[in-house]
Ligand binder design. Sequence first.
Ligand code: TEU
Ligand code: CA
Length: 578
Amino acid sequence: MTHTNEHNSEQSKADARDAVTANGYTKKWWKEAVVYQIYPRSFKDSNADGIGDLRGIASQLDYIQNLGVDVVWLSPMYDSPNADNGYDIRDYRKVMSEFGTMADFDELLEAVKARGMKMILDLVVNHTSDDHFWFVESRKAKDNPYRDYYLWREGKDGKEPNDWVSYFSGSAWKKDDATGEYYLHLFAEKQPDLNWDNQTVREEVYDVMRFWLDKGIDGFRMDVIPFISKDPNFPDFPDDYDGDYGRVYASGAKLHDYVQEMNREVLSKYDVMTVGEAEGVTLAEIPLLVDERRDELNMVFQFDVVKLDRESWRWKSWTLPGLKAIYTRFERGLDKHCWNALFLSNHDNPRVVSRFGDDSPPYRMASAKLLAMMLLTLKGTPFIYQGDELGMTNYPFTNIAEFDDIQVKNAWQAEVLTDQVEADDYIINLRRTSRDHARTPMQWDASDNAGFTLAAKAWLAVNPNYKEINAVQALNDQDSIYNFFKQLIQLRKETPALIYGDYVDLDPQHPTIFVFTRTLEADKYLVLLNFSNDDTTYKLPVNMRIEQLLISNLREQDKPSLFINLKGWEASLYKFNS
Ligand code: TEU
Ligand code: CA
């Protein structure tokens, strides 16, 4: 049979197995799920060493389950020297000692599943730690059996093999004394890139995946997966290079061969969800990774929302039309065979309420709830980052010594200490862009260290606003951001149109109002978000008949027609018909 026929018969079998929505989506559990990302180091410390751990997570499962999420995603908890807080793995089959033991992991997984939730892990296989056994061997000698697990090259004219740069400053190549050759590291020097052209490496990775999948996990978030295929000739940046090195590193010639092989060899044998971190991938290229007929990944984190208001550590102004345009691009660029992951924050980005809302006391609650409604009513699988359900804010950093992030420290060395950037300029920008904002300890209560640890000090400073912003306060306040998230998650679960419904932005150019519809046959919903402090009167479409206010952060039940007056940071969701 030709590929197409084979596909059709496969597709018809798939259709028979999976119901299809009225507007053409194959129904899947991971399209209907809400995911909660946990950064274990900062979530909860159970043994008073100041560092979060697996037993700490296990102690807070009521809190997570009560929110109503379906899946938890753990950032890496594997054995690591923590050059990049676990994104530098030393042993894929061992739990990081600071986080606990494999028994702790097994108990946590069992407890998560016992509560009807699922767990996905972070698959970091573009690179390992330089302490990984494979690299320790590989660097010993050019003829070492592990040499080709990594990407070694001779220098050129006494310099690095090409002009590529690291995400963490400096060249992407490090000269190794033992053999005089250079190895590639797109991130830290302690994060050497694996050689995916080596079939043995790919098989090692697939074995690691099976090890965790056979324990019963429900899938993976895949760290910079678009980077795994490199041009073995390592040409310099192209002549039209615009400084966006992610675009150059991503989508190499064999990327899809390798992801399809990974799917064939491993993923297809389990009922799992996969989400790729698609740094460097344009919207036009996303279907190549997520079209269900290509058997690669289920969805990706596309980085337009990451790059909207910053270039690396430097903040830049953004507009609401610019943010809204991203979601219209998704609606138009991804057909019914594709799906999207929705995120507004994670462990690499500042706190969402400080970034897209207003974290000053008068507006923090309302704007955090508005952002919750945006995340939970747009189209795609929503990923909530730990603490955003409390409206946790950026940290008031004032000097470089307060930062932990290797990306921050390396750039300080490379750009500030070399007088290329003013120290004040750097710190002022980091106060808006640093990854460390998202890594300050979870704020559980008003006790010392926000109840995160009984140690004298946490591994990273606790935000001083923890007495006002913490989980105990939120759980006891029916109007808290946490409870608003909870209501929205419940509403989303009960409303297929909010999951699968078509998306239309009704006013893309409005400077402060985000107004869109989600419709699935006769079920029609209107979302109104006022991204400003100012009360704003908004004219509704003439043929729109409001039926019922379903949820709002600031408004009582009403049935506006023609005009609606939106309070500052008001977020309201209506059912309508027309
Ligand atoms: O992030 C990849 C990535 O692109 C980020 O480094 C991001 O672009 C940068 O932090 C600026 O925001 C993944 C992980 O999420 C990150 O934590 C790791 O540091 C990185 O890969 C290397 O594993
Ligand atoms: Ca601990």
